[in-house]
Design a protein around this ligand. Structure first.
Ligand code: CP3
Length: 346
């Protein structure tokens, strides 16, 4: 029996390699605009960044989906772009346009200012501490950061783009500067994750949402290497750290990514075939990978998607999730139907 000091947290257990059926479940972006209570708090908080940096509000919105659905994991409410913000880059979120930053030039890389990094992010650490105290003991608490490549795409373009052409071009024109940028981001991200773990996170996820736009050598240099650097820094400080990597769109390169980075869990997007997912699962936990549009559609599309994942991956270490974040138009009734189907599965 587990000692009282080591509470049973199923998502963490699966990350250590246990197979649990029915599998534990949480959703990327589970605190968000599809919930009326999120929209309400968001209005009271003011700007999106005010929400991220105010522990009262951030704790509140993190807990909302746990109260409503009892997900097995809770993910800290924040944004991946607080990291460049804490390095002195400006950041705003505009309604309907997403994040906006001043595009970064080569010489700005030397000027990144680490001196106030942890001070700026102190409210995030406070949010994690309060969450661990307020969450049900059996709920796994996840911290997170963006992977250096994905963070860099927003820093360079100054906004989201469909294929990250500005960052790709920058990486080829200024390879040395670009490598320096990724190295700096990897170092501060490792420190950021260590602080989240020390504040009470049970595991952390590294979001590389734009892995899928790179050719093979760039994937290796910009996605695999910086994440390897983060994982090795975190593990040398906290050897038991549980880490999920999510290189969205990595396709056939998922296999290399898992092997080379040594992450405990691998987040799969919905384009990954279940046969490939099964192979990846032989080396450790996988997380995913329902198409978020099946959740919006509901009915048969949802049921068939859920069943296929349970059937294909249910006998190994699986954390049920979407293949990317839940979208604002997903009906709450469909989230409930999905949970009933997963939890009722035998
Ligand atoms: O998952 C969770 O519930 C935790 C919170 C979370 C948010 N962003 C809140 C958020 C997490 C883990 C993120 C990560 C994030 N942020 C990523 C990686 C994952 C992914 O989705 O690919 C990226 C690329 C970002 C950058 C970002 N933040 C974008 C591109 C946008 C705009 C897109 C959109 O959906 O509007 C955001 C804003 C954002 N981050 C919102 C939320 C709930 C919506 C803003 C709002 O409430 O007005």
């Amino acid at each position: 029996m587990a000692a009282p000091s080591t509470p049973k947290r199923v998502v963490a257990d699966v990350l250590r390699g246990e197979s649990v059926f029915p599998p534990p479940v949480w959703l990327m972006r589970q605190a968000g605009r599809y919930l009326p209570e999120y929209r309400e708090t968001r209005k009271r908080a003011g700007s999106f960044l005010d929400l991220c940096y105010n522990p009262d509000f951030a704790v509140e919105v993190t807990l909302q989906p746990i109260r409503r659905f009892g997900f097995d994991a809770s993910i800290l409410f924040s944004d991946i772009l607080v990291v460049p913000h804490a390095l002195g880059r400006d950041l705003r979120f505009e309604e309907g346009r997403g994040p906006l930053m001043t595009p970064m030039g080569v010489y700005d890389i030397e000027r990144l200012d680490r001196s106030r990094f942890h001070e700026t992010l102190a409210p995030v650490y406070e949010t994690v501490r309060r969450l661990r105290a307020e969450l049900p003991t059996e709920t796994t608490l996840l911290g997170f950061c963006g992977a250096p490549w994905t963070i860099a795409t927003y820093m360079i373009a100054g906004h989201g783009t469909p294929d990250q052409a500005p960052a790709r071009l920058f990486s080829y024109r200024y390879p040395e500067a670009f490598r320096k940028l990724l190295g700096a981001l990897a170092d501060v991200s490792a420190e950021y994750l260590i602080r989240q773990l020390d504040a009470g996170a049970d595991a952390v996820q590294i979001f590389d949402s734009w892995s899928g736009v790179l050719d093979e050598p760039s994937f290796s240099a910009f996605c695999v290497e910086p994440v390897q650097r983060i994982v090795s820094k975190v593990r040398s400080a906290r050897p038991d750290a549980l880490i999920i990597g999510f290189p969205k769109g990595a396709g056939s390169l998922y296999d290399d990514y898992r092997q080379l980075t040594g992450v405990n869990g691998l987040g799969l997007d919905w384009s990954v075939p279940l046969s490939q997912a099964k192979r990846l699962q032989a080396a450790g936990a996988v997380q995913g990978n329902l198409d978020p549009m099946r959740l919006v559609a509901g009915g048969r599309a949802l049921d068939e998607g859920v069943d296929a994942i349970l059937e294909g991956l249910g006998d190994g270490p699986l954390i049920f999730n979407l293949g990317h974040g839940i979208t604002p138009e997903a009906p709450i009734a469909h989230v409930e139907a999905m949970l009933r189907r997963i939890r009722g599965a035998r």
